[in-house]
Design a protein around this ligand. Structure first.
Ligand code: XMP
Length: 507
């Protein structure tokens, strides 16, 4: 496997993903937490960084166990770091260099740059530059503005590149990573979804033995794939619980439960709608609504978990980005059950041992594994849906009537997207029920009814998003259908705000 030392670059996760796209397993570690035992790593990549190597407080880890001993590739800051500490000279460049550049004077005899043509486009993003290479270094390529765009240290498999091979704008970036990892480091490209399924099933079997495991299914991709893997490993020892909080999409509880049963899962559907709606009665504050939904979920789940006698494990669908320790320490997303927990003693199910079958995977890899294990496309391709469900799309207080209105509106919108072939082009879509009424006219009657907002966004991770330019004709038909068919709604608007500054959900 490959070790990626993170110096805080915004692209570090992208390096890991590119490496994995080559079917080679990679792990990210912060530069200041270098693993003591490096024997499992056959190659090391140093990431970029917002720092200058010349700054006192810049990351300066001790690489004596790596450099000259294992194949090593420094990217951007990583390359400058190698130059700076081995007798080269790194200085501010006259102009900050961002964007496209083209390689020239390529030397490819040792294989590192083989197959990469003269003029190949690369992507730069740096303000320091390597003015002089370390002693014993050989220049492998330059660009218009950067003389030392790629170099190698003689007698070692140590390389530095000033550009970013991990971004798509570096057209031969993947080829370069493949050259380094396969030709130079001799890694095998055998980390495939099938291989992942095979090894994790074997590991889960071994770890869990004949114990019982509890897992909360949400209808989303992660918990579903986690369940499938465990099911393959331990069959009916896995007890899945799927809770209806009364805030799911129209028919979702029934349909998803049937799908799960069709996949052979041992799943219990628990309809706790009334309990949730009751607890939410009269509450209009968004954060309080979220907390109530989280608390009741834990109570219901705890009750159900007690029905499974002698359970030893709690399975969670945590994925790799939830666990990466980030150098910038912004505290990444954590969608695990625990984060909902309030003070007042742990519910019993939280005292179980935790098993997280997807903790090594990125989101797109979860999908690939799901596909390899035979998960229906209907689940794999589903848009993200928030845990509190329609509860945070009904602005203000929640009633059964409002839920039912929004379910109808949402169903028309989502079905429409599917019919028009737009569903897969959108990252997430849904409808919001607004706490306003407005005047309309239907037939000869004046109406005074509710307004709904439709929202469709494109995004990669939900952190930033932009609204989708849906065809006017689609919006027109959808709006007509909603107003004609859903009693209580006389106005439809389309949300054209990006995130930031807006958020995807309205609460
Ligand atoms: P926002 O509204 O913050 O949403 O732009 C970003 C993504 O997160 C989802 N989301 C949630 N998911 N519990 C969840 O499980 C929540 O409380 C929650 N709030 C927002 C949202 O649907 C979008 O995909």
């Amino acid at each position: 496997q490959v070790l990626i030392l993170d110096f805080g670059s915004q692209y570090t996760q992208l390096i890991a993903r590119r490496v994995r796209e080559l079917n080679i397993y990679s792990e990210i570690k912060p530069y200041n937490k270098l693993p003591e035992d490096l024997s499992a790593f056959q190659a090391v990549i140093l990431s970029g960084s917002p720092f200058s190597v010349r700054a006192e407080d810049a990351p300066h880890p001790d690489l004596s166990q790596i450099k000259g001993k294992k194949p090593l590739l420094g990217i951007c800051y990583g390359a400058q770091y190698l130059a700076h500490f081995h007798g080269g000279n790194v200085a501010p460049s006259a102009t900050r260099e961002y964007g496209r550049a083209h390689l020239a004077g390529i030397k490819s005899d040792d294989g590192f740059l083989s197959g990469i043509p003269e003029g190949s486009q690369v992507w730069m993003s740096h303000s320091d530059t390597i003015k002089e290479l370390p002693k014993g270094a050989v220049r492998l390529a330059s660009t218009e503005d950067v003389e030392n765009a790629a170099f190698k240290l003689k007698g070692e498999t140590t390389y530095g590149i000033q550009f970013h091979p991990e971004v798509y704008h570096t057209t031969e970036g993947k080829k370069l990573l493949e050259n380094f990892l396969v030709k130079i480091a001799g890694l095998k490209q055998d980390w495939t979804p099938d291989a992942f399924v095979e090894t994790s099933v074997a590991e889960l079997k071994q770890k869990i033995g004949s114990d019982k495991v509890i897992l909360g299914l949400s209808g989303g991709v992660d918990s579903s794939v986690a369940a499938m893997l465990l099911h393959r490993a331990i069959g009916s020892q896995l007890h899945c619980i799927f809770v209806n909080n009364g805030l799911l999409r129209k028919n979702e509880f029934h349909d998803v439960l049937e799908q799960y049963k069709g996949m052979g899962l041992n799943v219990k559907g628990v309809d706790a709608s009334a309990r949730f709606l009751d607890a939410l009665k009269g509450e209009a504050d968004p954060e309080k609504k979220r907390k109530i939904i989280g608390r009741v979920f834990i109570e219901v789940f705890d009750d159900e978990a007690h029905q499974v006698e002698n359970a030893k494990w709690l399975a969670q669908g945590t994925i790799y980005p939830d666990r990466i320790e980030s150098v910038s320490a912004s505290g990444g997303p954590s969608a695990t059950i625990k984060s909902h927990h309030n003070v007042g003693g742990l519910p019993d199910f939280m005292k179980l041992k935790v098993v997280e079958p997807l903790h090594l995977l990125f989101k797109d890899e979860v999908r690939r594994v799901g596909r390899s294990i035979g998960m229906p496309e209907a689940i794999l391709g589903r848009h993200p849906f928030p845990g509190p469900g329609l509860g945070i799309r009904i602005l203000g207080d929640i009633t059964a009537e409002k839920v039912s209105i929004l379910q109808e509106v949402d169903a028309i919108f989502i079905e429409g997207l599917k019919k028009w072939g737009l569903y897969d082009k959108v990252w997430q879509a849904g409808a919001m029920l607004l706490p306003v009424q407005s005047v309309g006219v239907m037939g000869d009657e004046r109406t005074y009814e509710k307004c709904v907002a439709l929202r469709a966004v494109e995004s990669t991770d939900g952190m930033t998003a932009d609204w989708v330019n849906l065809p006017y004709e689609f919006l027109q038909k959808t709006s007509n259908e909603i107003i004609n068919r859903v009693k209580g709604v006389n106005r439809v608007v389309y949300d054209i705000s990006s995130k930031p500054p807006a958020t995807i959900e309205w609460e």
